[in-house]
Write a protein that binds this ligand. Structure first.
Ligand code: SAH
Length: 248
């Protein structure tokens, strides 16, 4: 079912909700929804309204709220994916799959072996970010999320490590050279964690200096098994492992 995200739902069952011009355009002009058709609107407090189109105006579409409820599709765990920027389609795929798998936010990171270099032109930089955010929005709509995960501004590996060491209960760095430590062990030892950071390297992996910096800053390096996963597989794989552990 069509899903929209809004700041605040001002209304209750039986009342009318007026969509923003952008959402009105999407519902009326893009999806061509007609009176009586159903859609869901969820706000930033995760209030969820089941609605019916009543007046399909292209600038101020009106909906009738048929049922109010609370969104319950979010994970109890907050996961931030610090993803080294990979080439075009790979990065898009990572963001899409991460959102489906419940990520809370994605931070594009520039590490030593990134093939893609940071964009110097501010306009191009923000266009790229907007595109990633749009991918996150579409995946959130499709997968029935209660929030649209934020794709944050990109940052350097060093800054990301510094931030992650402070801001999360646990920060993981899957590293292909790590042979001993497993995710299972780390999670068993960590106990009650609510907020996890996950660092994934680019196509060429992390350098040993980067892995060392991460470890000395308190990040935990883990293996993801005996096979090398592509950068776009590794993040979603870790998210699926965390989903299994904390939600199923
Ligand atoms: N340098 C590697 C590929 C890097 S894979 C090579 O070509 O051999 C991209 C990223 O995915 C890695 O930096 C790491 O974060 C993660 N990754 C992939 N497979 C992994 C594994 N088996 N164990 C731990 N991390 C892995």
């Amino acid at each position: 079912m069509t899903r929209l995200f809004t700041d605040r739902i001002d209304g209750a069952e039986g009342l009318v909700l007026t969509l923003s011009p952008a959402d009105s355009h999407y519902v009326v002009s893009v999806l061509r929804m007609r009176p009586g058709e159903e859609l869901t609107v969820v706000d930033s407090e995760r209030n969820e309204a089941l609605c019916e189109v009543s007046v399909p105006d292209q600038k101020a579409c009106q909906l009738k709220i048929t049922k109010m409820g609370k969104n319950d599709t979010e994970s109890p765990l907050r996961i931030t994916l610090y993803q080294s920027v990979s080439k075009g389609e790979r990065m898009d795929l990572t963001i899409q799959k991460a959102v489906e798998l419940g990520v809370s936010s994605v931070v594009p990171v520039f590490s030593e072996r990134c093939v893609v270099r940071p964009e110097k032109d501010e306009r191009k930089k923000s266009a790229k970010n907007e595109r990633w955010q749009k991918i996150a929005l579409e995946a959130a709509r499709q997968s029935g999320r209660g929030i649209v995960p934020e794709v944050r501004e990109s940052m350097s590996f060093e800054d990301a490590v510094r931030e992650a060491a402070k801001a999360h209960d646990l920060a993981l760095i899957p590293w292909e050279e790590e042979k001993g430590e497993t995710l299972k062990n780390i999670l068993d030892e960590a106990g009650d964690v609510r907020d996890i950071a996950v660092f994934i390297g680019p196509e060429g992996g992390f350098s040993s200096e980067e892995a060392e910096l991460a470890r000395s800053s308190g990040l935990k390096s883990v293996t993801l098994g005996r096979r090398i996963l592509r950068t776009e597989t590794a993040g979603p794989a870790v998210l699926a492992m965390l989903l299994y552990r904390f939600e199923l």
